[in-house]
Design a protein around this ligand. Structure first.
Ligand code: HEM
Length: 209
């Protein structure tokens, strides 16, 4: 979970970074240049396959972990006070992960799937769809904006727990650095989803066009 999680975190940084080019407010020129590079570069396109595997392994691992926890104690405690013993978001990783998965299905249906279908197996250069134009178009719908902002909110809660957990699972936590890891993890969990959430909002309010 930790290794695939950290890999997915790296993807999020790259994805948020490239998408942030929309705020150049140049009609999507800079964003599209980067999009073109990412969509036609052989190394990046190979990493895409690794990314899909990363997502699948992370989800399957999560489900196995959830089952393991459930089976570990078939008889429930007569008295348990989860609120006192664990944070809400650590108990709800499965729920939040599922919400993110639903968001990802909707999200890939908007951009990735139409783009890949249009590019085909060999027509990378010429088959690309106008991803910027597509963003301008779909983010006029307040319901879609809401789904994206809710997806980013789930991501925020998921990362809030996940980042710290990953260090712990890998044995990289250390009394000396725990505070720093916690601060960095919390900052990351807030900043990245916030940057993402501001994208559909910016299109909706015509702050970028
Ligand atoms: C909220 C603002 C977001 C916007 C405007 C946005 C926009 C885009 C666009 C335009 C693409 C198409 C790239 C392509 O066709 O290759 C894309 C791909 C993708 N996005 Fe997002 N995205 C957002 C948030 C997220 C979040 C929060 C996640 C993950 C939790 C995510 C995961 C993905 C994935 C997995 C792909 C496919 C990557 C690939 O091309 O290999 N996106 N996104």
């Amino acid at each position: 979970m930790a290794l695939t999680g950290l890999f997915l975190i790296t993807f999020l940084v790259v994805h948020a970074g490239i998408n942030s080019m929309i705020w150049f407010n140049d009609g999507g020129e800079t964003f599209s240049n980067w999009g073109h590079f990412m969509g036609t570069n052989l190394i990046i396109r190979t990493m895409e396959i690794v990314l899909i595997i990363g997502f699948l392994v992370h989800i399957i691992d999560g489900l196995l972990l959830w089952k393991q926890n459930r089976d570990a104690r078939p008889v429930k405690y007569a008295y348990s006070n989860p609120a006192a013993n664990s944070k809400w978001y650590s108990r709800s990783m499965g729920l939040l992960g599922t919400l993110i998965l639903i968001f990802l299905v909707i999200h890939t249906a908007h951009f990735w799937i139409p783009n890949r279908l249009s590019q085909g197996i060999s027509n990378w250069e010429h088959g690309e769809i106008d991803l910027y134009g597509k963003m301008v178009e779909i983010f006029q719908n307040p319901l879609i904006v809401l789904v994206y902002v809710a997806g980013c909110f789930s991501l925020f809660w998921h990362l809030l727990h996940g980042f710290k957990s990953a260090f712990q699972s890998l044995g990289l936590n250390n009394v000396k650095y725990n505070k720093a890891i916690e601060i960095a993890g919390t900052a990351f969990a807030i900043i990245v989803p916030l940057v993402f959430a501001l994208m559909p909002i910016s299109f909706y309010f015509h702050l970028v066009h």
